[in-house]
Design a protein around this ligand. Structure first.
Ligand SMILES: [Zn+2]
Length: 198
């Protein structure tokens, strides 16, 4: 069952419905939002996504809204505070990964200006190439985490089934994968204009 099918079959699951309808596959532009998504995907490892969605607001508060500079500056006392916070996932490796990856984003900014500019500068890549690049650049970024992060932020296709109502809502905003589609898959004559507006 695809994510779209799951959400359609479970309208009572408002956490997944809200995420599916409003966030999944939609582009993120600012570094705090991108760091937040990366951290949430890392924290999901070994757990269910609903567990993370239920704790999403707690994560946001505990990590200062994922302000890159604030998280990058976290010291031992912050690590201790996060590891004592029952509202989030208390895992030392995952807490360390959040802080370390904020520092890695700071380093990217020196050359590319922002995390998004770094992503845009490398797009399009295959999942294998992205995973290799993420492993060179970040910590705790295996293939599954990289895939979910890039699908959820619109750099790789596949967030929504083509018959899902959200599919065209997302495509209309021309996330990165629609640009990659023209360039890589469909060639120069393709366009990603929704059929009803042609
Ligand atoms: Zn969908």
């Amino acid at each position: 069952m695809s994510y779209c099918e799951y959400v359609r079959a479970h309208p009572e699951d408002s956490f997944n419905k809200d995420y599916h309808d409003r966030e999944y596959g939609f582009q993120l532009t600012d570094d705090a939002a991108l760091l937040e998504r990366l951290v949430l995907e890392i924290n999901q490892a070994g757990l269910s996504w609903i567990t993370i969605l239920k704790k999403k607001e707690n994560f946001h508060l505990a990590y200062d809204g994922f302000d890159v500079d604030k998280v990058a500056a976290y010291a031992e006392a912050d690590t201790a505070r996060l590891l004592a916070d029952a509202g989030i996932i208390r895992n030392r490796l995952k807490v360390h990964a959040a802080i370390e990856n904020a520092r890695r984003i700071q380093a990217l900014r020196a050359e590319f200006g922002s995390f998004k500019s770094w992503l845009d500068a490398h797009h399009p890549l295959s999942l294998q190439e992205w995973t290799k690049l993420f492993k060179q650049t970040f910590v705790f970024t295996g293939g599954e985490i990289v895939n979910e992060f890039l699908v959820s932020t619109g750099y790789l296709p596949g967030a929504h089934d083509p018959d899902c109502p959200i599919y065209w809502q997302v495509a209309r905003l021309q996330p990165a994968w629609t640009r990659g589609l023209r360039k890589v898959v469909l060639g120069a004559h393709a366009d990603a204009t929704p059929p009803e507006t042609r």
